[in-house]
Design a protein around this ligand. Structure first.
Ligand code: PSV
Ligand code: MN
Length: 424
């Protein structure tokens, strides 16, 4: 299914008058309005191929209906999201969940939908049917060199798939760790990981990067070999300039100050990208902004401040991506909500009066500093996002448009109600 532009125009027409009123109201107080609009229009968030089917928990999976049955159908779904919000122009593949059989055709199909390929993700956290050696006790950190070699070769194969599709980064997340004290020599595990990552690093094409993702626990419950940003930073700096740290919002212990982590990684030119999601307890993979939108805003505030201090392009110098997959929502609706939440936090961060904040900080004016941040956070920026989307042909309200156009009903007609997507 492809959404034609005129369908979106028709829906926008119905909303336009009310939209104008709300937009004019908020726009009047924004000095750098056109700058904000340009930045918003350029901002895109990659969609992971594994989020288009309904996710599960270890207790079960309740598949949705009309789920994509193939990579081609996943691309179609991302095309639908992008047609509606004009902010999701790329897709990130997880190999071997989504192997591009015929790369040239897959690439052509994606570009028909205005999409390209973001980072490719390797998977050495599950054993595959035709695999010789098991990852039960880890992959790149394994005590057995033969297992490490197999995992390295898989990563190099993923780079090859990505290269054919025009990706420019390999994202590595390892489940490697230990479940019980004494199981692992931490130093050996770390050194083995570094040695394996070096072999992968050496296989990167000249214009590629490798993104090192950390996570404190799960599926291992005593230690994770790349457990926090310090360990990811140690590895990536040891590897070289093509390696950087990837921050997944769900991969922190409760109360962690993620905005401070982000600020320092940016300071050290070591922030590769983001996996957005939200959580109440741990890696819950909930819709972005559904639990703690203020934290998301504070993170974006540091991102904008840090990127501006280095003259970085907001839209292209960091990999923005969603990594969430929920159990009970329509995945496309979940993703539309997530991208909107990210754009809300981003635009609120753009509204922060940076100069006034710096002055307040230099004067230790704690109260005023808080007022400045919360003034931006409490601005209803939704009309700005709607306007930015409208100006480039997207829907004023992508979620409402998705429902009005009966997209899921159409997909169910095309794919059936029992189709199940491959992934987690
Ligand atoms: C692991 O929890 C993770 O965040 C990694 O990014 C994986 O690639 C992804 O989720 C999918 O399992
Ligand atoms: Mn992740």
């Amino acid at each position: 299914m492809k959404i034609e532009n005129n369908r979106i125009d028709e829906l926008n027409h119905l909303e336009l008058k009310a939209h104008r009123r709300k937009f004019d109201f908020v726009a009047e107080d924004i000095a750098a309005l056109e700058d904000v609009m340009t930045k918003l229009a350029a901002f895109n968030v990659a969609i992971p191929s594994w989020a288009l089917g309904t996710g599960g928990t270890r207790f079960g999976r309740f598949s949705g209906t009309g789920e994509p049955r193939s990579l081609e159908e996943k691309i179609e779904d991302v095309g639908i999201i992008h047609a509606l919000n004009k902010s999701s122009n790329s897709i990130s593949l997880h190999i071997p969940w989504d192997i591009p059989g015929d790369a040239a055709n897959i690439k052509a199909l994606a570009s028909e939908h205005g999409l390209h390929f973001d980072a490719v993700n390797s998977n050495t956290f599950q054993d595959q049917k035709d695999q010789n050696l098991s990852y039960k006790f880890g992959s790149l950190h394994h005590v057995d060199k033969a297992v490490r070699k197999q995992a390295v070769e898989h990563n190099i194969e993923v780079i090859k798939y990505g290269d054919e599709l025009g990706s420019k980064a390999l994202s590595v997340w390892l489940a490697d760790g230990s479940n019980f004290p004494g199981q692992l020599n931490f130093r050996h595990a770390f050194e083995n990981t570094l040695e394996s990552l070096r072999e992968i690093y050496d296989a990167l094409p000249a214009d590629w990067k490798v993104w090192v993702e950390y996570k404190p626990y799960e599926p291992n419950f005593y230690s994770t070999t790349i457990g926090d940003w310090g360990q990811a930073y140690l590895l990536s700096t040891a590897l070289g300039p093509k390696a950087q740290t990837l921050v997944d919002l769900g991969h922190h212990l409760q109360g962690a100050n993620i905005e401070q982590i982000v600020s320092l990684l940016l300071m050290k030119d070591n922030l590769a990208g983001f996996h957005f999601n939200d959580s109440k307890y741990s890696d819950d993979d909930l819709t972005v902004g559904s639990i703690n939108p203020y934290q998301l805003f504070l993170i974006f505030n540091e991102l904008v401040e840090g990127m501006d201090s280095k003259g970085m392009d907001h839209a292209t110098s960091i990999g923005w991506m969603i990594d969430a997959s929920h159990n009970i929502k329509d995945p496309i609706e979940d993703l539309i909500q997530s991208v909107q939440a990210i754009k809300i936090a981003y635009s609120q961060a753009l509204l922060v009066d940076k100069q006034a904040l710096l002055t307040a900080q230099l004067n230790n004016d704690v109260v005023h500093a808080q007022e400045i941040l919360q003034h931006a956070y409490r601005t209803d920026v939704r009309p700005l996002i709607a306007e930015a989307s409208f100006r480039i042909g997207g829907a004023l309200d992508p979620l409402k448009a998705y429902r009005s156009l009966g997209v899921r009903e159409n997909l169910i007609r095309e794919r059936g109600s029992r189709s199940v997507a491959r992934g987690l």
